[in-house]
Design a binder for this molecule. Structure first.
Ligand SMILES: NC(=O)C1=CN([C@@H]2O[C@H](COP(=O)(O)OP(=O)(O)OC[C@H]3O[C@@H](n4cnc5c(N)ncnc54)[C@H](OP(=O)(O)O)[C@@H]3O)[C@@H](O)[C@H]2O)C=CC1
Ligand SMILES: Nc1nc(=O)c2c([nH]1)NC[C@@H]1CN(c3ccc(C(=O)N[C@@H](CCC(=O)O)C(=O)O)cc3)C=[N+]21
Length: 297
């Protein structure tokens, strides 16, 4: 039987556990606060940001939301980041990507206080991760590690193939998989758009993480029997019946399910875990900044 890994359930348990940490911090008068910054009129970005705010409310984390016009000057965004950096009531900052073309996202990321950088995209946090002593683990790959653990998948000694090498998913996933730490010690191959014969690579894998942004790129014919399949893709495509749009992953779920021993669905797989790990990092950030000990789940 193929296990369908329930990201909503794993995320919900984690949120419940984090509520206790938030209470501990609040009792010390240090209730965590996450600021999200949205500079986009993209409906998907608006949805994610509002979901993050609902999550915060559920676990008792304070939410600040800053919205900027997509055509505002880059300086406005820099100023918002500076103000949030200097605001002692804000523990965590997330600037939703993508930002408009006239804004250099790299400059934004370098400006965020690394202690408040709960995405873990600041070069200091990336460097720490690569060097093997992460402060914050990037939310999506960290969430994937938690999903694998919840499905009793031991990564040690396994062959993992990561499809995609982005800053947000592929690269940090590779870095977590190759750490000598729980959830790591996998022998890891990273594939991208110039990879020759992707199917030959994925067929060698015990664990496939698909994060290419290409609808249903990985299908059952590209998998070894018994592989564990993690679908990161969130692609809104036209519904097959021509009636509106529907969400599909980077994996062809139906054919992949026939081969996989365990697989994440879209929606309800990696997405909810990304959001839960953001709450986790916000709690961790608050604990680090205030020297208030919490037992992170
Ligand atoms: N569930 C979640 O929490 C999250 C989901 N996502 C989703 O995950 C997907 C990937 O996101 P993101 O990493 O930001 O995307 P990017 O577009 O930044 O990166 C995509 C990566 O996939 C590679 N790629 C593209 N086409 C192919 C192909 N045909 N074969 C092999 N590799 C390919 C690209 O290669 P190259 O570098 O050569 O261009 C690139 O490295 C998207 O659907 C996104 O919406 C993203 C973040 C969080
Ligand atoms: N600075 C920054 N940090 C991010 O972490 C970040 C970002 N920018 N930009 C965009 C991507 C994408 N991302 C998702 C988070 C949750 C879901 C999620 O919860 N998805 C639900 C369904 C969503 C829906 O219905 O549209 C699910 O998969 O079940 C999806 C995608 C975070 N991102």
């Amino acid at each position: 039987m193929t296990e369908i890994i329930d990201g909503n359930a794993v995320a919900s348990t984690l949120r419940e556990e984090l509520t206790g940490c938030v209470e501990t911090l609040a009792a010390a008068d240090e209730r965590p606060t996450l600021a999200t910054v949205l500079m986009s009129e993209d409906p998907a970005s608006e949805t994610y940001v509002s979901m993050k705010q609902d999550d915060c409310e559920e676990v008792g984390i304070g939410a600040r939301d800053v919205t900027l016009d997509a055509d505002a000057p880059a300086e406005d965004l820099f100023e918002v980041v500076d103000d949030l950096n200097n605001d002692d009531d804000v523990n965590a900052i997330l600037v939703q990507s993508p930002v408009p073309d006239h804004v250099d996202y790299r400059e934004v990321l370098e400006r965020i206080d690394p202690m408040k950088d709960v995405d873990a995209f600041h070069p200091e946090n990336v460097g720490r991760l690569v060097a093997g002593y992460p402060r914050y683990k990037p939310c999506t790959p960290h969430g994937i590690q938690r999903l694998l653990a919840a499905a009793d998948v031991d990564t040690e000694g396994k062959d993992a193939v990561v499809v995609g090498r982005s800053r947000i998913v592929g690269k940090p996933m590779v870095n977590l998989f190759i750490q000598d730490a729980p959830g790591g010690n996998a022998t890891t191959t990273v594939c991208h758009s110039r990879t020759d014969d992707l199917a030959a690579k994925t067929r060698e894998a015990d664990i496939v993480v698909a994060a290419a942004g290409v609808p249903e790129l990985v299908d059952g014919s590209m998998l070894e029997e018994g592989a564990v399949v993690i679908d990161v893709g969130i692609n809104r495509v036209e519904a097959e019946d021509g009636d509106g749009t529907t969400l599909v992953g980077d994996v062809d779920f139906e054919s992949a399910k026939e081969k996989a021993s365990a697989i994440t669905p879209v929606p309800g797989g990696v997405g909810p875990m990304t959001r839960a790990m953001l709450l986790y990092n916000t709690v961790k950030a608050t604990s680090l900044q205030t020297d208030t000990a919490v037992e992170l789940p």
